[in-house]
Design a protein around this ligand. Structure first.
Ligand SMILES: Cc1cc2nc3c(=O)[nH]c(=O)nc-3n(C[C@H](O)[C@H](O)[C@H](O)COP(=O)(O)OP(=O)(O)OC[C@H]3O[C@@H](n4cnc5c(N)ncnc54)[C@H](O)[C@@H]3O)c2cc1C
Ligand SMILES: NC(=O)c1ccc[n+]([C@@H]2O[C@H](COP(=O)([O-])OP(=O)(O)OC[C@H]3O[C@@H](n4cnc5c(N)ncnc54)[C@H](O)[C@@H]3O)[C@@H](O)[C@H]2O)c1
Length: 479
């Protein structure tokens, strides 16, 4: 398979989850592969994202559980006041990051991937340049290139970071201190997960959201119940429809809030710390993309469903892109799936990704998850394609396992096509929602219908019966 006219069959730029998966998969398929990384092996997910944030959520979740005296008393349990050491929770996250990073690096080496440390760039067709930390520049030739350069925190204009009192998730994952009062700008994934961590560890939180409603990207029914459980019942104040137009670090941190509609300054806040969680920007600068004719769209590298890089309708030969830099469902498992698909196609297959079957989860306590279409999009597609949309809801309060755990506030909303029975999407709030969504994601991926799914036997008593109930309700409505 290896082509001796080139230094490598494949060069991957960026060793996050997308790049890691592509490089490993290609090496396992017998290609001669190099991966170029300018920062830490493992990228965002391993070093500053999924891994440390889930470690913090795990530890702070235990603190929350043990400190919830009222909840424990319902089981007849009386716990003593909970004590925790912030630095040891931080160590747990940092140690996990080191372990995962080390394992990932070893796995690549074992697969035969050559790791090149430095900043990679394109140098025209089938050529990649790398500048290492000592300024030494090298050029390599390769048959194919995968761009997997990921994303970085987006910081809106007017917000000044000092990375101590005003910071992004890059610093928050290190848990270097616990501000007594912290403002979180943005109520998306990062805002919600860190509000969960900070409130469990005793901080007072103010969430500031530019759009009209808090949690604007989530399903409205899910938002309603999630707000009650994750926000209103905690030490969290919310301000929506306002932009944080100016944030000045210091002690205290000063925040200027501007009304989203009138554009007038409506409030000035003084807090101990600010986490800026306002989305992410693609890492597509200084890659010399012009040298092969790539034009980014809002900074994202345009691709088709086979991960081939596009210029308008035209495919740019031998260049592929995966992960956050492509702006599609910016999640670690999306990046990895794209990496595998890119390599399969490099090896001559014709595989396309189905974003509609990729699940997403927010690891709050309880969790939120979703897969497939939103109800708004499903309605629009149903009216365009002329089918009837079915919507059923299944509740955790009717589930024995949830009741036994005294965690019965939860809902599953299932969207399906009433004519064919095909599953279109699902949205869940409740305990272990992140695990529950997988079954529905698999059903979408396999194009299964609710008639068949409703006959599948689920273990009793498990939370998975919430899904079973939804499938049964849906099947009874199929025409
Ligand atoms: C706080 C937080 C929590 C998250 N939690 C989850 C979660 O629970 N589940 C989930 O699925 N997703 C989660 N994500 C999202 C997930 O981290 C990203 O979707 C994922 O890391 C994207 O992988 P990637 O390979 O595309 O890019 P990245 O992980 O960003 O990796 C890109 C790599 O490329 C390197 N690079 C960039 N430019 C160059 C260059 N020119 N030369 C060489 N190297 C370069 C970078 O240094 C980086 O290491 C979270 C993100 C954050 C910030
Ligand atoms: N569990 C997970 O899978 C997980 C966890 C964390 C992060 N992530 C990934 O990281 C990405 C980034 O997360 P995020 O929470 O930063 O982004 P997000 O896009 O999920 O949410 C950002 C929020 O900030 C608001 N906002 C933007 N500018 C603002 C301003 N000036 N003032 C007030 N509000 C403002 C937006 O309206 C939006 O609600 C996610 O899209 C996801 O891909 C995933």
């Amino acid at each position: 398979m290896t082509d001796t006219n080139f230094d490598f069959d494949l060069i991957v730029i960026g060793a996050g989850y997308g790049g890691f998966d592509a490089a490993k998969h290609a090496a396992e398929k017998g290609l001669k592969v190099a991966i170029i990384e300018s920062g830490d092996m493992g990228g965002t997910c391993v070093n500053k994202g999924c891994v440390p944030s889930k470690a913090l959520l795990a530890a702070s979740g235990k603190v929350r559980e043990i400190a919830n005296y009222e909840h424990l008393a319902k089981f007849g349990i009386h716990a003593s006041p909970v004590r925790f050491e912030r630095s040891k929770i931080a160590d747990h996250a940092n140690n996990l990051v080191s372990n995962v990073r080390e394992n990932l690096t070893k796995t690549l080496k074992r697969s035969g991937v050559e790791i090149i440390l430095g900043f990679g760039r394109l140098e025209g067709n089938q050529k990649v340049g790398v500048r290492d930390n000592n300024g030494i520049d090298r050029i390599f030739t390769c048959k194919n290139i995968v761009l997997a350069t990921g994303s970085s925190p987006f910081v809106p204009p007017g917000i000044t970071l000092d990375n101590r009192t005003v910071f992004t998730s890059d610093e928050a994952v290190k848990l270097e201190w616990l501000p007594r009062w912290i403002a979180i700008i943005g109520s998306g994934y990062i805002g919600l997960e860190f509000a969960d961590v900070y409130t469990a560890l005793g901080c007072e939180v103010t969430i500031i959201e530019a759009l009209e409603n808090i949690m604007p990207t989530f399903d409205p029914d899910i938002t309603k119940i999630a707000k009650k459980n994750l926000i209103q019942s905690r030490d969290i104040d919310t301000k929506s429809n306002v932009f944080a137009t100016k944030i000045t670090p210091g002690c205290p941190v000063k925040i200027e809030l501007t009304d989203a509609k009138s554009k007038e300054i409506v409030e000035n806040l003084e807090v101990d710390g600010v986490l800026v969680a306002t989305g992410r920007s693609p890492n597509s600068k200084n890659l010399n993309l012009d040298s092969v004719g790539i034009e980014t769209i809002k900074g994202y590298i345009p691709i088709d469903d086979q991960m081939r890089v596009l210029n308008g309708e035209k495919i740019i030969p031998n260049v592929w892109a995966v992960g956050d830099v492509t702006g599609k469902l910016m999640l670690a498992h999306t990046a990895a799936a794209q990496g595998t698909i890119a390599v399969e196609n490099i090896c001559g297959e014709n595989i396309e990704i189905n974003y509609g079957s990729i699940p997403a989860a927010t690891f709050t306590h309880p969790e939120i998850s979703s897969v497939g279409l939103s109800e708004t999009d499903a309605k629009e597609i149903a009216s365009k394609e002329g089918f009837t949309l079915g919507v059923v809801k299944s509740y955790f309060k009717a589930n024995s396992k949830a009741l036994a755990e005294l965690e019965s506030d939860g809902i599953l909303k299932l969207l399906f096509n009433k004519d064919s029975g095909k599953v279109l999407g699902a949205h869940i709030f409740g305990m272990h929602a992140a695990d529950l969504i997988q079954e529905i994601a698999n059903a979408i991926s396999r194009n299964q219908d609710v008639m068949q799914l409703s006959t599948e036997v689920h273990t009793h008593p498990t939370l998975s019966e919430v899904v079973e109930v939804a499938y049964k309700q849906a099947a009874s409505q199929v025409k």
